[in-house]
Design a protein around this ligand. Structure first.
Ligand SMILES: [Zn+2]
Length: 153
């Protein structure tokens, strides 16, 4: 049995960067429509437009949590580094710590919805769509449906 998997971006007929951009903009990575976010901290089970299954595996949410942590730690580090470098040679720790509280405390809350939709996009890039995960009308190239025909002898 040949491997019938195709990268998700190829199945959907978009570039991989498009999937990530849509995720960062709180859109469904597959179809680009809004409305997959439920409240500030929630996300729907399926996209109302393309029926993409959002929680693709058990514990899918832990990836968005990890992404949120990495982004906010990086932002906090960059603020600390920048504030420190700007205050050289007269380094006073209190203003630097206060500046770092903003990305450290508010970042995880502000990035919560974006981390969820962006993680869906990253997951789609890592694991190709399988049958039943999305409305087939949104799939441009289905490896099972659109098998290359054998050249005629
Ligand atoms: Zn969708």
């Amino acid at each position: 049995m040949p491997d019938l998997q195709l990268p998700t971006a190829e199945q959907l007929g978009v570039r991989p960067s498009t999937l990530v951009r849509r995720g960062l903009l709180l859109q469904c990575p597959a179809c680009g429509q809004r409305g997959v976010i439920s409240g500030w901290f929630g996300i729907l089970d399926r996209c109302p437009t393309c029926d993409l299954r959002i929680e693709r595996i058990e514990g899918h949410w832990i990836g968005s949590f990890g992404l949120n942590v990495v982004v906010c730690f990086t932002a906090t580090f960059l603020v600390l580094l920048t504030a420190t470098l700007l205050s050289v040679p007269d380094i006073r720790p209190l203003p630097i710590i206060i500046a770092a509280v903003v990305p450290a405390a508010l970042g995880p809350v502000l990035f919560a919805p974006g981390s969820r939709t962006t993680w869906v996009a990253i997951d789609l890039l890592m694991r190709p769509l399988t049958p039943g995960e999305i409305d087939p009308r949104f799939v441009k190239v289905d490896p099972r449906r659109d098998r290359p025909t054998k050249p005629q002898a």
